[in-house]
Design a protein around this ligand. Structure first.
Ligand code: MN3
Length: 193
């Protein structure tokens, strides 16, 4: 397959003021692009070059190939986990499932924020469908629930590069803003089907 970054699903300034164009420029054009460039260099002349990105993530052993492929996939997933004028509560079947598995949207929100803030150092906070049950999980560095057979519904990047320009050290404020103003519940609902 041809490995090129997918375009951002919105303009670089479309998430402002919550995430500025400067943050999206660095995060997408520098960090995300570097993972893709590294991956392409690692794939050159290798049989894995014919696999899909998802197949590479699922089959790679720990090391640079996994790290760069998974970071490309995680960031693609992160961009669509947000949208302009996002945030608020989900609706429909997804809201019903959140109520069933977490008690209420407010309880889900508190647990997601807590997990995202407590993830030590670099990583990701996720809402996943684990065999029919919704769960909040965090992963370190490039690790991804997708490689473990869980269905990812949405993710929040908690690497410092995701928020440091706009929020400095205040990860909690960034995560709260992600849920209040950015999260794309339409995407999560589509993944839940
Ligand atoms: Mn990132």
């Amino acid at each position: 397959m041809k490995f090129e970054l997918a375009p951002l699903p919105y303009a670089k300034d479309a998430l402002a003021p919550h995430l500025t164009a400067e943050t999206l420029s660095f995060h997408y054009e520098k960090h995300h692009q570097t993972y893709m460039t590294n991956l392409k260099n690692l794939l050159a002349g290798k049989p894995e070059a014919d696999k899909s990105l998802e197949e590479i993530v699922k089959s790679a052993t720990p090391g640079p190939m996994f790290n760069n492929a998974a970071q490309v996939w995680n960031h693609d997933f992160y961009w669509t986990s947000m949208k302009p004028n996002g945030g608020g509560e989900p609706t429909g079947k997804l809201l019903e499932a959140i109520k069933k598995d977490f008690g209420s949207y407010a309880e889900f929100k508190g647990k997601f924020q807590d997990a995202a803030v407590k993830q030590f150092a670099s990583g990701w906070a996720w809402l996943v469908n684990n065999g029919g049950k919704l769960e909040i999980t965090t992963t370190s560095n490039a690790e991804t629930p997708m490689a473990k057979g869980q269905t990812c519904l949405l993710t929040c990047d908690v690497w410092e590069h995701a928020y440091y320009i706009d929020y400095r050290n205040l990860r909690a404020k960034y995560v709260e803003t992600f849920l209040n103003s950015l999260v794309n519940w339409d995407f999560a609902a589509a993944n839940f089907k």
